[in-house]
Design a protein around this ligand. Structure first.
Ligand SMILES: O=C(O)C(=O)C[C@H](O)C(=O)CO
Ligand SMILES: [Zn+2]
Length: 275
């Protein structure tokens, strides 16, 4: 497991492109037949990528966690961004189509990821410390709480699906969903925002191989950018905006953890305030 320590807002402007990418970008979330994991000290979240074959892969625990099993003191949300697959959690099988979500509650001992017949599933897992048990629950793609956002005239028309949230599948900390840009729209999360009570991570997916997303981050008066490819993730500290523009339409998994779960508790950044 890779460890990423927390970054303060004062440090960000001192980083060059390589430094920014080292701290915030997860370039290789998925590797065939492997489980990858990154421990971020921003709210102690762990981001895991699992690309199993048909024979399957188990979710291991990691020495850094000092726990008997991964979810001993943690919970996790999972979204499948690959072909259909299944997750077997303590003997119960959950089918996950492309874009489907599964909440895994604290105390789940055995988690096995398996790909179906159509090719490799790619499971993106976002985990945070948990202090209560909530039931493991699946949500089919598009079955969350839907919000239509943006407008074609500002190239930011998108559908946001909240899966794990205060009024949906319950959790201790994790808030998770998927946003999909409408064809011809390129901008996500514009106007941008911060939420000082929660960190957030984005995983961009369904982006063609020859396309990129220019992801904006940093304090609103001191922004930087990362050029990101399909199925790469980015860590956004609570003080950082997180917004992006693609060269094509795309989807992204967003996931947050921290002090509260109030989705609308955010401080908008006027477009004219960005520097
Ligand atoms: O398109 C959007 O806007 C989003 O998806 C925003 C994220 O959900 C987010 O940043 C929540 O804080
Ligand atoms: Zn946000």
């Amino acid at each position: 497991m890779e460890t990423r320590y927390a970054t303060s807002p004062e440090e960000l402007p001192l980083l060059d492109t390589a430094g920014l990418r080292r701290r915030f970008l997860l370039e290789d979330v998925f590797r065939p037949g492997e489980v990858t994991a990154t421990y971020s000290h921003q709210d102690r979240v762990v981001i895991v990528g699992v690309q199993p074959g048909p024979e399957g892969l188990d979710l291991p625990t990691f020495p850094e966690l000092r726990s008997e099993f991964f979810l001993q003191r943690r919970e996790a949300g999972v979204v499948n961004v690959g072909a259909s697959g299944t997750i077997v959690a303590d003997g119960v099988t959950h089918e996950l189509a492309h874009g489907g979500c599964l909440y895994l509650g604290r105390g789940t001992r055995e988690v096995r990821f398996v790909s179906g017949d159509e090719g490799d599933a790619r499971f993106y897992l976002f985990s945070a410390p948990a202090h209560a048990d909530h039931p493991t629950t699946a949500v089919a793609p598009g079955e969350g709480n839907r919000r239509e956002l943006g407008d074609q005239s500002t190239s930011n028309r998108r559908t946001l699906n909240q899966y794990i949230h205060e009024n949906g599948v319950r959790s201790c900390q994790v808030v998770m969903g998927v946003t999909t840009l409408h064809d011809g729209s390129m901008w996500n999360t514009l106007p941008a925002h911060t939420h000082d009570r929660r960190m957030e991570a984005y995983l961009y997916f369904d982006l063609p191989e020859d396309a990129r997303v220019v992801h904006l981050m940093g304090e609103r008066q001191e922004t930087r950018h990362l050029v990101m490819a399909n199925e790469q993730a980015v860590i956004s500290p609570s003080w950082s905006i997180h917004s992006g523009v693609g060269t094509r339409a795309y989807s992204f998994v967003w996931a947050m953890a921290g002090e509260n779960q109030a989705f609308d508790d955010m401080d908008p950044a006027d477009i004219t305030d960005l520097h």
